[in-house]
Design a protein around this ligand. Sequence first.
Ligand SMILES: [Zn+2]
Ligand SMILES: [Zn+2]
Length: 643
Amino acid sequence: MSDELTITLPDGTPKKVARGTSVADFIRMQIGTGLAKAALYAKLDDEELDLTRPLERGGALKVFTNKSPEGLDLIRHDAAHVVASVVQRLFLGTQVTIGPSIEDGFYYDFYKETPFTPDDLARIETAANEEIKRDQAFVRRELSKDEAISFFQNKGEKFKVEIVEDIFAKGARTLTVYRHGDWTDFCLGPHAPSTGRIGFIKILSSSGAHWRGDPRNPMLQRVYGTAFFSKAELEAHLARLEEAKKRDHRKLGKDLGLFTFHPFAPGAAFWEPKGTTLYTVLSNAMRRLLLKNGYVEIKTPLLFNRGLWEKSGHWGKYKENMFLVEDSDTKEHDFSLKPMNCPSHHLYYSMKKYSYRDLPLRFHSQDVLHRNESSGTLGGLTRVRQFAQDDAHIYAAESQITDEVKRFVGLLEVIYKAFGLTYSAKFSTRPNARLGDDAQWDRSEAALKTALEATGLAYEIKPGEGAFYGPKIDFDVGDSIGRKWQLGTIQLDYLAPERFDLTYVGDDNREHRPVVIHRAIYGSFERFIAILVEHYAGAFPVWLAPVQATVLTLSEKYVDYGRAVLGRLTDAGARVELDESADKLGAKIRNAEIMKIPYLLVVGEKEASAQTVAVRGHGGKDLGTLPLEAFTKQLSAEGNIPF
Ligand SMILES: [Zn+2]
Ligand SMILES: [Zn+2]
């Protein structure tokens, strides 16, 4: 064994280093003291390492600092250790269980007779932040099975003993533990060099949770918290949470009269008039764009015999998620509401003969779909049982894949930009369990990648995360308050053409298999509308707003002119309301503001005689008085769909 290792830096530079050099020393000597100071932990290929760990083999090294999301995750895990240590010091007799970092923070589950009070949580937060100031080192150690079990037994940690026994039963040879101060927990690591690197810990809430999620097990007390590198970042995060709460689509959906639910139809929305308008605008905009771009729209049945689901594979793999329906002839539950459009599109394709000149064929559908989600997971528009998608399937020759992907990404960019959503792509490659030979995967991955690169879009590679039937690209969008949502997708499918025996006649007069491309841009209308409601906080742009303007009469004397304004704007295709009630103008304005209507048009004596409208924007902006004709023109222009 050579005593010299080759460590490759992210820019590809190889560095020689003596075996056994610590990660921290390597960074200081071979990269720089600045990074050595900022470093929190490192990754050698896929192995995560504390900075104190010795380098025992060569590989690619990546260092994480407080500038990376990985660094933030790390200090939240550090924070969970710190919180557990202070809870055990403050509340004697409390036992510890587990405490992972989660999205936006961490939690820790304790076994304690009584729940934590708000006062307790405040004490925990203060003590945890004092622990950060003490800047105690995290020290890693490995224990044998006997050492580990007796260590936790001696402390009376029954839950830990149970987990440790499980870990060894699954074949582990040693157990890693981390100590800071006099408190020790086992964990795989890695950890930051010391508690001082955490920044600031905030305790958010506590709740009950059963050990291992099983209601027959003892009740534990879960403490939720979060950590940030600085108090300013924490405060910005808390402000974002507060903002997200205000924008919650369930609350705004009700306040703005968009949709509602009834227990008789769990997970299926009633779209109220304004919500229906919003839905229809989105649906027509998408339809128009796709039809302009070479798609055709089809509608297929909602209810299918099991024959289709057996062919598609859903009957075997997806049956629990489908709503089965009794056949009136056989009295068997042999029918199902469709959970997705794909099989019905393939079936429709298979009913006709195609030549290479017909390809690519692009079938678009916005049909209603049903999936049997358990009612416990339903909530608002983001978890529903009934929904529709801006779905389409493209049947193409393999040589057409690159062009189709480019064309799709082009449409997707136009749409996301129109909504002011930022976006990024994830490219998922062949998984271990897959269909098709390597040559086919090489071709399909290359085609997707070439197309993606041609768009110039930044993307992340997700190795092994493709579908078993083909590689895919998923698109994440970022909303106005910095949250990310996975929306669009484009997936290659080599399996469906086999299962449905789909063919076309090539220019060689022989039969060939097309490839199927599944793709969506909004995803489900329901979820997309939920995201838009929160993204815009309910104040939709004019082209999307269910009501684009409202006419407010100053008094009963101007009702006739108010109606004339309403008529003129409505004739021009605008969505307008008239408030001709006897309420005071102030009250009318307040109502219109609550409904977040883009334009408020006040009409009184002056406006009626001059055929004008006094225009106010949402939020109280005075936009001056305009001739009715000029405003009509302006509103029509702003009402145009921007894609
Ligand atoms: Zn840990
Ligand atoms: Zn599909």
